[in-house]
Every structure is written in C-alpha cells, then in structure tokens.
Design a protein around this ligand. Structure first.
Ligand code: NAG
Ligand code: NAG
Ligand code: NAG
Ligand code: NAG
Ligand code: NAG
Ligand code: NAG
Ligand code: NAG
Ligand code: NAG
Ligand code: NAG
Ligand code: NAG
Length: 833
C-alpha cells in the first residue's frame, strides 16, 4: 500500500500542475474582459460574448456588455451578478427580453438598452428591478409607450426613449404611479400632434417636477388645452415646427402650462423656421414661466419689437446663438432680472435699450465676435449687480467709470477675453467685489495706482493682460482683496518687489508665468493669511526661506516649472506646517549625493508633494529624466574603505587624546630629555646634587642630609625642591630643568614612603633614564630604613649595580653613619671642580 502510494505521488503532482496550467490558459482565453476595478467594474465590450462571462465575479457592480451578440435575454439571465448597479447592453442585437430576465438585479440603478432592435418584451420583462432609477431605451424601435411594461418601476427617475418610433404623446396611465420621474425624453420620435388628455397622467395631486423633452418631433398641431393645468420643470420644443406660422399656432396651444423653464428654438445644424416675425411668441402670454431660453434662430430681419412682450413676467431670459444685432423695443415694465445674450450679433453694447430693464440684476452679453463698441452709457440700473461682457471684441479708451456710473450697485464686472482696455483714468466703482480683465490687453497699466477706490474688491483677475508692473503702488487701495490672479504678466526687474505690500487680506495669489527670476525677502511680508500661492512657470533659481517665512497659513504652493536645483535644509524647515499641496515638478533638480538630505526628504514627503512623477533629475547627466523619488539613497553610502576611514580616523584621534592624557608626563619628559640632550654642551651645573625624596621624609633630608652636606667641608650645594624650585613653573619642568639638568648628581632618598609614592617613582624613573641619555652614572641611592627588598630591587633595577652609581644604606649607629658620610662625600666629590 505504502509503496504504491509513494510511487503515484509524483505522477499526481505532474498531472495536477498540468491541469492547473491548462485551466489558467483557458481562463485567460475565456476572460478577456477588462478589469477596471477588481471585483467591482468590468468592461466586456465587443468580445463576441453570448452571455455573462462565467469569470465575472458575483460581487461585480458595474458591467459593460455592449456590442456583444446577446440576441435574447432569457429569464434570470443575470443571476450570476446580483450585485449589479449599472448594466450596459448597448447594441447587443437584443430582440427579445423574456419575462423575469432581470429578476435578480434588485440593486440595479441604471439599465442601458440603447440601440437594440427590440421586438418582443415579456409583460414581466422588467420585474425584479426594485431600485431602477434610469432606463435608457434610445433607438430601440419602440413604437408606443404603452408597449413598455415599466408601470411597476416606482423608483424610476429618468426614462429616455429618444430616437424611437413613438407617434403619440399619450402617456399611459402608469405614469401617474411613477411619482419620482424627473426626466422624460421623447426627443426625435414621430409625435405629430398633441391633444387634450395626452398628459392627463401628469395631472393630479402629486406635483411633478418633470423635464419633458419633445425636441425634433415634427409637430403639426398642439390642441389648445393640452397643457392646461400641467406643471413641468422644463419643456423643450426645439426644431419641432416646419415654419413660423405653425410655430406661432403651436405656441398658442401651450396655454395654461406652468413651467419653470421653457426652451424654444432650433439646433445649429437643424434649423427649420427661417424667420423670427412679430407676434411669434404671443402665445407665451398664456404660459406661466420663470425662465425662457431661445436658441439658434438665424433670421431676425424683421424687428424684434414683440420679442419680450409676453416675457415680462419671466425672471430669466437667455437668448443663445441668435442672429440678433440690435434690441429694437423693450417693454417699459418687466420683472426680468437675469438677461443673457450669448453668441448674438451685436456690434455695439445696446446699453441705452437695456437700461429699460429696470429690475435687472444680472446682464450678460458674451461670445459676440462682432461686438467691438461700447459707446452708449448705461443709465439707471439701480439693481444691476453683475455685468458680464466677457469673450467679445470690445475696446475701451477710458474704462469704465463713465459707462457704469449709473449702476450704483455693480458688484461683479467681467471684461475678460476682450481686445484693448485702457484704465488710465482709474476705476471708481465703489461697490465692486469682483473684477475680471483676464486675456484682455490692459493698456498703460502698472505704472500708477488705478485701483485705489476699490476698497471692497475681493477678487481681481488680470492674468495675461500684457501688464508690466513697474510701480510698487499698482495695487494700493485694495484693502479687502482676497484673490489676485496675475499669471502671464511681467514685473520690473523680474522681481515681485514690494508691489504686494498692504494686501493683508490676500488668500490666493497666482503669479505664474511672470518671468520672475527672484523674490525679495520682503515681498510676502504682509501676506500672513495667504493660503494658496502659484509661482510656477517662472525662472526662480532658489527657494529663499527668508522670503517665504511670513506665509505661515499657506496650504497650497505650486513651485513647478522653475529652475530649482535643490531645497536647502533651511528651506525645508521653513515650509509652513499647514502645507498640504506642494508641487515641485519640472524643476532642474540636482540628484547628487551632496543633496542627500533633500533627496531623502522628498522620499519621505510623497504625500505632500504633487506630480512627483514629473519631479525629475536634471543633474548628473546619467540620471537625467529619472524621478527624484526613485533616487537610490543607498548609492550615496560610503564604500567599505571610506567607511573604515571615516570611522577609524575619529577613533584614532580620540585614542590619541586619551593616550596623551594618560602619558602626559612621560611624553613631556621625553620631550624635555630630547631638548636636554641638545643643550648638553652648554650645560652649566649649579647644584652638586638634586635630592629626590618622599615628602614624608622631609625632616630627615633637612636635618641630616642638607645640614651635613651643605654645612660640611667642602660644602655641597643641594637642589631641594621645596626650597629651590621656581614657583609658577610646571612641576615637571622644574624637575627636569632645575633638578636634573642643573645638578651633577641625583640623590634618591629611598624609604617605604618613597616607594609608595607614584611621584617619587616617576622622578626616580626619570633619573634612571637620564643616566642613559647623559652617558654617566650619577645616581646616589640612600636606603633609609628596613624597606621591602624585593620591591626595592624591582624599583631600582639595574641602576643599583652600575659601576658609578652609589648605593648606601643609612643606619642609626654612630660607626656606620661615619662610614656613610664618608662614602657619600666621596661620591659627591667625584668630578667636582
Ligand atoms: C475579490 O473577491 C474575492 C472573493 O470574494 C476575494 O478573495 C478577493 O480578495 C477580492 N479581490 C479584491 C481585490 O478585492
Ligand atoms: C462569434 O462567436 C460565434 C460562436 O459563438 C462564432 O460562430 C463566430 O464566428 C464568432 N465571430 C467572430 C467575429 O469571432
Ligand atoms: C426639479 O428638478 C430639477 C432637475 O431636474 C432640480 O434641479 C430641481 O431642484 C427640482 N426641483 C424640485 C422642487 O424638486
Ligand atoms: C416683416 O414683417 C411684416 C409683417 O409684420 C411682413 O409683411 C414682411 O414681409 C416681413 N419682412 C421680412 C423681410 O420678412
Ligand atoms: C404679468 O403679471 C401680471 C400680474 O402678475 C399680469 O397682470 C400680466 O398680465 C402678466 N403679463 C404677462 C405678459 O403675462
Ligand atoms: C468671466 O468670464 C469668463 C468667460 O466667460 C469666465 O470664464 C470667468 O469665470 C468669468 N469671471 C468671473 C469672475 O466670473
Ligand atoms: C468716486 O465716485 C464717487 C461717487 O460716484 C465720488 O463721490 C468720488 O469723488 C469719486 N472718487 C474719485 C477719486 O473720483
Ligand atoms: C501701505 O500702507 C501704508 C499705510 O497705510 C502706506 O503708507 C504705504 O504707502 C502703503 N504702501 C503701498 C505700497 O501701497
Ligand atoms: C498654477 O498655474 C499654472 C499655469 O498658470 C497652472 O497650470 C496650475 O494648475 C496652477 N496650479 C495650481 C495649484 O492651481
Ligand atoms: C530628457 O527629456 C528631455 C525632454 O523630454 C529630452 O530632450 C532629453 O534628451 C532627455 N534626456 C535624457 C538623458 O534622456
């Protein structure tokens, strides 16, 4: 048994790994879906699939099966993926959706069925879609809303059945149950007439907030009363009518409608009604509307006298892409407070005419490529707060007080993207809060203050206005300014200088692309509240910590596209603590080991740094275009030899100091010995003997030795350190210079005290060494009492036996003393001149 099992084991292993390999191979070839987010989002577009691929995990929430030939959706078709939120079945050749096809998709929010030739829908085809919010059934060959079995989808918010064959707006009764429905598009169907009762399902207690899009149907007739009592959020009827007459009649048919926004007009490339004619919009007098949008009308040959007649009660009017070159007549009393002309054909700002809209709060005339003149002045628009004249071709000689003087509440003025604006006279629009000049050329700006009356201005944009800021006072007076955008201009000496002084409220500053080469240390001094600074696309070589220090509130700093080679340690330290966004991309970083601390810092601050993949090295050459963050810090570590050197040199130094400290005496005396040698010839002996002794034997030395020798005949001169050493000179120097060098002999008074004393041992050792250097034996050893002979021998060593040394023992007997003194005198007399 055991034998057989052991034999089959390797075979089994080979087999199972082969199976594993094969199954992986198969999995690969059968699961080509793109995994956008693992376990969540899969894209299986155009893969010739005929069902949900088995490999799609059950946790999938977003599944794109578009462009696969599914043809028919059978019951429980999606049971493998019950977590779906979004299912895209665009162009899947689906002809049949059987009952309960989506039964398991309780969580599905969006179902896209665009472009399928639907022929058969089971009555319970959409059962189970308990959460469905959006159903997109565009281009599905649907011929009647009644055919769509969706009455039970109570959660539905958006139904898009554009581009189908629906020929009637008759909404089936089930619409009254779709109480959450917000958007219904029947764009580009075949609705030719709208009759009373068609929208009955929208009536009732539940107030619908529905956007109904009927554009691009060929409507011949709207029966009056069809919209009676209907409440809509928006009704869109673009390109629905063949001609002006039909359009006028159909608008009459809207009588009784209440709508928040009504959109009429054409499409740019699909225009059917040629002319705007008087009375076209008369029917709107019977419609209650808030906002009217009139789009893409190409001919206004006949005057527009009646354009606003029935719109006086609307609050917002947007006229977009109209060939309107003038405003002929305006109603004397209107409630319009928001008027917008976008892409119209004005040549002049029709200021006089527009001044009749007394209730205006917002006026926009934008995107008019013929609008060059502003000659008329606005008069008395007491409520106007926003004037937007951006993206035209306006030129001003003297902007702008005289034109705007009669608009006392003007807060927002937008003159961006125009031609040439001259502000030499200064601006005196005292209530102004925001002012936008960007991409218009500002003439003669930057040499003197023009904003000094704009004390309430919060937002100023003068980006790309070809301004050259030469005066430090350019911005003076802007004491409330919070946002200053001035990218793409230039400064005197390419230096910000002190022009930003006094802008103490500034929160956002954009000085990108200003050719700056330097920032003075005082530039940002007063910008203590600044949160966002964009100083990118300049030519700054350094980040001067001193200059940026006042910016303690900064959270965003864009320093990209400059010529920074490194952030110094000081600079890194001075970065504000609340900084969360620091962009240093596109600089000229030097990635050499000299800047290791910066490279290390960059690696550690990946969260703070933005666009790090674009933070590349410029130097050294072999690292060019490499990401700074990918720099290998270990490449800067020292080689073993360097490492050993760097460790051992200080170590050796320390050791040296320790040794010097410990052997100071020896070294010193070696040194002096050396110098003593050299001075040997001019040596002048002043003493006959230098006495070394323990301080405890001082009595004996004084009473016996000194008295006997100095008082005897002949007298000997002794060097006694308690008496003869020169005060204030280091003791070793004294020993060597006064003692040894100035004495012919050395007398060592050896006792137990002597041998216990380190000092005495040291002196003795010097004396012994001196003998060898000096070349003559000159040591006289007097052993005072019963000393340890073993120790004595070791201490005295060879000296004791040298021929010319004298070894004497002091005894307290008269006879031996006599002998002692005689021997001592004899030893001292030797050589004495
Ligand atoms: C995906 O789901 C499987 C099984 O539920 C699980 O083992 C795996 O870790 C998941 N993968 C991810 C990236 O969440
Ligand atoms: C798609 O798959 C079917 C079988 O499911 C096959 O007959 C057909 O050739 C495939 N088409 C393409 C373009 O691969
Ligand atoms: C009506 O719907 C629009 C969007 O379709 C939405 O912006 C608006 O707030 C809604 N109004 C109400 C009162 O629900
Ligand atoms: C202008 O409108 C009048 C009627 O209001 C009409 O008779 C005339 O033909 C129109 N002119 C043009 C050029 O459409
Ligand atoms: C505007 O509203 C007023 C009263 O609110 C009404 O008398 C007037 O007829 C309305 N005008 C139009 C054109 O709807
Ligand atoms: C001024 O107009 C331009 C172009 O229409 C627009 O992008 C910009 O946001 C406007 N400025 C302000 C401050 O609203
Ligand atoms: C600015 O305008 C106000 C009134 O519009 C006027 O009183 C004031 O003198 C003007 N200031 C300057 C400096 O022109
Ligand atoms: C800043 O304000 C002070 C005092 O208000 C003023 O004296 C100085 O001229 C101002 N500087 C600039 C550049 O506006
Ligand atoms: C800074 O300005 C540059 C160009 O002017 C722009 O591309 C960039 O997005 C700005 N940075 C930030 C953080 O807004
Ligand atoms: C680095 O990139 C720049 C621009 O992309 C290129 O001109 C240059 O040759 C590159 N240098 C190296 C060493 O790859």
């Amino acid at each position: 048994m055991l034998g057989r099992g052991a034999l089959s084991f390797p075979t089994c292993l080979v087999l199972s790994s082969a199976i594993l390999f094969l199954s992986q191979l198969m999995a690969c070839s059968f699961n080509p879906c793109v995994e956008v987010i693992p376990n969540i989002t899969y894209r299986c577009m155009d893969l010739n699939l005929s069902g949900v691929p088995a490999e799609i995990p059950p946790s999938t929430e977003n599944l794109d099966l578009s462009f696969n030939p599914l043809v028919s959706l059978t019951s429980n078709y999606f049971s493998e993926v019950p977590e779906l939120r979004l299912l895209d079945l665009t162009r899947c050749h689906i002809q049949t959706i059987e009952d309960y096809a989506f039964k398991d998709l309780h969580k599905l929010l969006t179902l896209i069925l665009t472009a399928n030739p639907l022929q058969h829908l089971g009555p319970t085809a959409f059962y189970g879609l308990a959460s469905l919010q959006r159903l997109i059934a565009v281009e599905d060959d649907i011929s009647s809303l009644a055919d769509l079995p969706i009455g039970h989808l109570h959660t539905l918010q958006e139904l898009n059945v554009a581009n189908n064959q629906v020929d009637s707006l008759k909404l089936p009764g089930y619409f009254s149950h779709l109480s959450l429905l917000r958007f219904l598009s029947l764009k580009s169907n075949r609705i030719s007439s709208i009759s009373t009762g068609d929208l009955a399902a929208l009536q009732g207690e539940k107030k619908h907030n529905l956007t109904l899009v009927l554009s691009l149907n060929d409507i011949k007739c709207i029966q009056p009363g069809s919209f009676e009592g209907i409440l809509l959020h928006e009704l869109s009827l673009r390109a629905c009518f063949e001609n002006t007459g039909l359009m006028k009649a159909c608008i009459q048919g809207l009588a009784g409608l209440q709508v928040n926004r009504l959109v009429l007009g054409e499409f740019r490339n699909i225009g059917r009604v040629e002319d705007f004619s008087n009375g076209l919009l008369d029917g709107l007098c019977q419609v209650q509307l808030q906002e009217f949008v009139f789009i893409s009308f190409q001919r206004f040959d006949n005057c527009t006298d009646t354009l606003f007649d029935c719109l006086v009660n609307a609050s917002t009017i947007r006229l977009v892409d109209l060939s309107l070159d003038q405003v002929s007549a305006v109603p004397t009393a209107s409630r319009i407070h928001h008027l917008e002309f976008n892409t119209c054909k004005f040549i002049e700002v029709p200021a006089k005419k527009l001044s009749s809209f007394k209730e205006l709060r917002v006026l926009r005339i934008t995107n008019s490529k013929y609008l060059t003149g502003f000659r008329e002045k606005f008069k008395d628009l007491p409520n106007l707060e926003v004037l937007d004249l951006s993206v035209n071709r306006l030129s001003f000689i003297q902007c702008c007080d005289s034109y705007l003087k009669r608009i006392p509440k003007l807060k927002h003025l937008n003159l961006s993207f125009n031609s040439i604006i001259s502000v030499t006279g200064g601006l005196n629009i005292t209530e102004l809060v925001s002012l936008d000049f960007r991409h218009s050329k500002l003439n003669d700006f930057g040499s003197f203050p023009v904003f000094h009356c704009l004390g309430k201005l919060i937002y100023l944009d003068i980006s790309y206005t070809s301004s050259h800021i030469a005066s430090q006072c350019t911005f003076s007076g802007l004491k409330s300014l919070q946002v200053l955008k001035m990218a793409g201009n230039s400064f005197q000496d390419n230096n910000l200088g002190n022009s930003l002084m006094n802008l103490t409220q500034l929160l956002t500053l954009d000085v990108s692309s200003c050719k700056l080469t330097q920032v003075s240390p005082s530039t940002f001094k007063s910008l203590t509240k600044l949160q966002e600074l964009n100083i990118s696309h300049n030519k700054l070589l350094a980040f001067d910590p001193l200059a940026y220090k006042p910016l303690q509130a900064l959270t965003v700093l864009d320093f990209s596209s400059n010529q920074l080679t490194v952030l110094t340690e000081k600079a890194m330290e001075s970065l504000p603590s609340c900084l969360v966004h620091l962009d240093l991309s596109y600089n000229l970083f030097d990635c050499s080991c000299n800047h290791l601390s910066f490279l290390k810092w960059a690696k550690e601050h990946g969260e703070l740094l933005k666009s790090t993949q674009l933070m590349v090295c410029n130097n050294p050459v072999h690292m060019q275009n490499m990401s700074v963050l990918s720099f290998d810090l270990s490449s800067c570590h020292l080689s073993p030899v360097e490492w050993v050197m760097s460790v051992s040199v200080p170590f050796a130094g320390i050791l040296f100091v320790i040794l010097i400290y410990k052997y100071y005496f020896l070294l010193y005396y070696g040194l002096v010995l050396h110098s003593g040698c050299r001075r040997y010839t001019d040596r002048n002996d002043t003493y006959d003997a230098f006495v070394i002794h323990s301080s405890k034997d001082i009595e004996w030395v004084r009473k016996e030795l000194a008295e006997k020798l100095e008082g005897g005949m002949p007298p000997f001169q002794l060097c006694l350190h308690y008496r003869d050493f020169i005060p204030g000179v280091p003791i070793t120097t004294n020993i060597i210079q006064e003692g040894f060098l100035s004495s012919r002999r050395v007398i060592a008074v050896i006792s137990n005290h002597f041998m216990e004393s380190k000092w005495c041992s040291f002196e003795l050792e010097i004396a012994q060494s001196w003998q060898f250097v000096d070349g003559k034996a000159s040591l006289i050893m007097i052993v005072l009492e019963e000393v340890d002979k073993v120790l004595l021998r070791r201490k005295l060593g060879l000296s004791r036996y040298l021929r010319r040394n004298t070894y004497l023992e002091w005894r307290d007997q008269e006879i031996s003393r006599h002998l002692f003194w005689r021997q001592l005198r004899t030893a001292l007399l030797d050589d004495k001149t």
